[in-house]
Design a binder for this molecule. Structure first.
Ligand code: SF4
Length: 68
């Protein structure tokens, strides 16, 4: 399952099958990545730049950025 979450001119793309649920994203940017909520990624609470920075740190490659 792949889901997309828009922020300005980008989308955060999340591939559930690649996600190892290690939780780096939720620990390091908890305002945006909230595994217990639906939708679990809320892009309203951080800048685009900060979100991109965090996406790059995803160890499994589950998170990527797409230009929209
Ligand atoms: S950092 Fe990547 S692999 Fe880890 S929980 Fe977040 S999306 Fe999943």
């Amino acid at each position: 399952m792949i889901k997309k979450y828009n922020k300005e001119d980008i989308a955060v793309v999340w591939d559930a099958e690649k996600c190892t649920h290690a939780g780096f994203c939720a620990r390091q940017l908890s305002e945006v990545f909230k595994p217990k909520e639906r939708p679990w990624i809320n892009t309203d609470h951080a800048s685009k730049e900060r979100i991109i920075e965090q996406v790059k740190k995803c160890p499994s490659g589950a998170l990527t950025i797409e230009k929209i």
